[in-house]
Design a binder for this molecule. Structure first.
Ligand SMILES: Cc1ncc(COP(=O)(O)O)c(C=O)c1O
Length: 374
């Protein structure tokens, strides 16, 4: 048996140490250093978008995007029921109400056929989330948004470099958000970014991110709006720049690992994978599987315990937004059925997914899963 295989470890295989040492040795360690600007330029260009604003995590990136668009109390924002809680919390921070739409059974992204039934006169925006790096059907989402005059804020926290119809995730919305948490395909440890093609939104994001200090004028200490300190440090941006230099390489590693998991596990009954979005490039942030107990012979929980006994780490999938006490107490409508999201939560989990996972490790994980099947 190999050593313990964690669910994810960061891959810091390029200029990270060099750039961080440079930031430290020159004393530029807070948010004013040049790595912040460079990281914003390089990462937004990688997304095919004009402007980037680096922030301290992916949750506040969503909040900043919504705040810059003027979304607030009295508004509703449509989000998937199957997402990380950050998507919903960021809406709550603005005072708007998150409204949930169930997932598609195949892609596990928001079910685009169910969005319109949730639109009301109060709806201001849709937040599509590219779940596990699988791009949403942005053709359908953009046309719904256009028809109902809604903003789109892509939550691309899990989808660095993902593509739909040849365009990168982050390039379909008014403002898009990313996370650079340690388990993401590209990381800064903790960090996030918003990207946009709209100069006005870009300036508003910069303004709100930094306590509403004037963006293009000398710094004075009179503040006309309530702002946030969402700044990213130069140290984090130094890591982000080094990571972005490796973006395609790291993406390809995750894509290759996902293909290997699928290849090996294809002969194992009762193991279901996320279906890649048609006309898209899934960057496979996480390799999630759903267990069909009748076919596999064991439940998800039994398989997780068996994997643990064999030194393989796993993580549970997100619990549906409509089952969150916090959101119910906030005033969200948590009635109704979200059968696909519940199915994912009840039967799914992540397998180890680090970029530098080896084929030998994947084969070992496969053997442990296969041997345990009935
Ligand atoms: C879909 C989604 N949105 C937002 C976030 C929040 O990012 P962060 O942890 O950097 O705040 C995450 C984090 O994993 C996420 O998966």
């Amino acid at each position: 048996m190999p050593d313990f295989i964690p669910v994810c470890t960061p891959l810091l295989g390029g200029n990270e140490v060099k750039y961080v040492m440079d930031a430290v040795s020159t004393g530029w360690i807070s948010s004013s250093g040049s790595y912040v600007n460079k990281f914003e330029e390089v990462f937004s260009a990688y997304c095919g978008v004009k402007y980037g604003v680096a922030v301290c995590n992916g949750t506040v990136a969503i909040h900043l995007a919504l705040a810059a668009l003027g979304i607030g109390k009295g508004d509703e924002v449509i989000i998937p029921s199957f997402t990380m809680i950050a998507t919903a919390f960021a809406v709550c921070y603005t005072g708007a109400i998150p409204v949930f739409v169930d997932a598609d059974k195949e892609t596990w992204n928001v079910d685009v056929k169910k969005i319109e039934e949730k639109i009301t006169a109060k709806t201001k925006a849709i937040i599509p989330v590219h779940i596990f790096g699988n791009p949403c059907d942005m053709d359908a989402i953009c046309s719904i948004a256009k028809k109902h005059n809604l903003y789109i804020v892509e939550d691309a926290a899990e989808a660095h470099g993902a593509e739909f119809a040849g365009k990168k995730a982050g390039s379909f919305s008014d403002i898009a958000s990313f996370s650079f948490f340690a388990n993401k395909n590209l990381t800064t440890g903790e960090g996030g970014m918003v990207v946009t093609d709209n100069e006005d939104y870009y300036k508003r994001c910069r303004y709100f991110k930094n306590m509403c200090f004037p963006v293009d004028a000398p710094r004075v200490y009179s503040h006309e709006d309530i702002g946030f300190n969402y700044r990213m440090s130069n140290l984090h941006a130094a890591i982000g720049l080094a990571q972005t230099e490796k973006a395609d390489e790291y993406r390809d590693m995750r894509v290759k690992n996902a293909a290997l998991y699928k290849k090996y596990l294809s002969d194992c009954p009762g193991i279901v994978f996320q279906k890649d979005q048609t006309n898209g490039l899934n960057v496979h942030w996480m390799n999630a599987i759903v267990v069909n107990p009748a076919e596999y012979g064991h439940s998800k929980d039994e398989l997780i315990a068996h994997l643990k006994e064999n030194g393989i780490d796993t993580r549970l999938l997100f619990v549906s937004m409509h089952r969150q006490k916090s959101l119910k107490d906030f005033g969200c409508d948590c009635s109704g059925e979200y059968p696909v999201t519940d199915w994912l939560t009840q039967n799914g989990f992540y397998l180890p997914s680090a970029s530098n996972l080896t084929e030998e490790q994947i084969k070992y994980i496969y053997n442990v899963i296969k041997e345990f099947s009935k």
